[in-house]
Design a protein around this ligand. Structure first.
Ligand SMILES: [Zn+2]
Length: 246
């Protein structure tokens, strides 16, 4: 049997007396590595709209003249995606997230990573009209860290079925620029102005975000079939119709 296949017999091997000293030097030299990621964003106050199918169709128009890319509508996620999280070290949550969003544009995917990471939107109940708002994309179409993404998030009010719209912006990645915060605030104000100028707007309202259910599911919408993860919802997060309870 060759020497390398022979199993070592138990017990410590004797150290040859000529072995070099292995004591640590007083100061250890180390190669340093680090990556600082920076995500930030802003959300406006909510603006109340009378419930009705027309309101959703109005939203892309509110981004006219502001969005620098095509506006993409991201709908609330049904219950089978309720664990979706853009975190690659949690494979089950990451797979749900990719399955839900792999078909979205690079701008939208970047926006969702930023805005979900900082908890500025929640696709358990938000519908999100999203685009590039400022800055550049790289050659693959992904926004640079100084670019600003975002748009208009909307959810159905749990108590009366009104639609509540808010402007949302976000940015970030491998760095931060000094003027991005101010530019983001200016764009947020522009979107809020457009929302309030809409003919169906009923004015500013206190923002009460719905609370998603923990664990067990909510109700299936009889109108569009959407299965909400949101057990307290009285109105379908997707189509806005009243949910019927058994
Ligand atoms: Zn529905």
């Amino acid at each position: 049997m060759p020497e390398f296949l022979r199993r070592k017999s138990g017990g410590a091997q004797p150290v040859p007396e000529s072995a070099p000293a292995t004591t640590l030097p007083d100061e250890t030299t180390a190669q340093e590595y680090q990556l600082k990621l920076y995500y930030a964003g802003k959300s406006s106050a909510g603006v109340r709209f009378k419930a009705g199918p027309r309101t959703m169709d109005e939203i892309p128009g509110m981004l006219a003249g502001i969005a620098k890319s095509e506006v993409e509508m991201v709908e609330p996620l049904p219950i089978e995606f309720s664990q979706a999280t853009p975190s690659i070290v949690h494979p089950s949550e990451a797979m749900q997230w990719l399955n839900a969003h792999h078909a979205n544009s690079p701008v939208t995917r970047h926006a969702l990573v930023v805005l979900e990471s900082i908890d500025a939107i929640d696709l358990a109940f938000d519908t999100f009209a999203c685009g590039l708002l400022d800055g550049e994309t790289d050659t693959s179409g992904y926004p640079e860290y100084s670019a600003i993404v975002g748009g208009i998030a909307s959810h159905w009010d749990e108590s009366n079925g009104d639609l509540v719209l808010r402007a949302v912006v976000g940015w970030g990645g491998r760095g931060v620029r000094g003027d991005t915060d101010r530019t983001g605030a200016r764009i947020l104000g522009g979107m809020l102005t457009n929302i309030m100028a809409n003919q169906y707007s009923m004015g500013l309202t206190a923002l009460e975000r719905p609370v998603p259910a923990a664990g067990r599911g909510g109700v299936v919408c009889a109108h569009c079939g959407f299965a909400s993860a949101h057990e307290r919802a009285f109105y379908c997060p997707k189509c806005g119709m009243r949910l019927l309870r058994g």
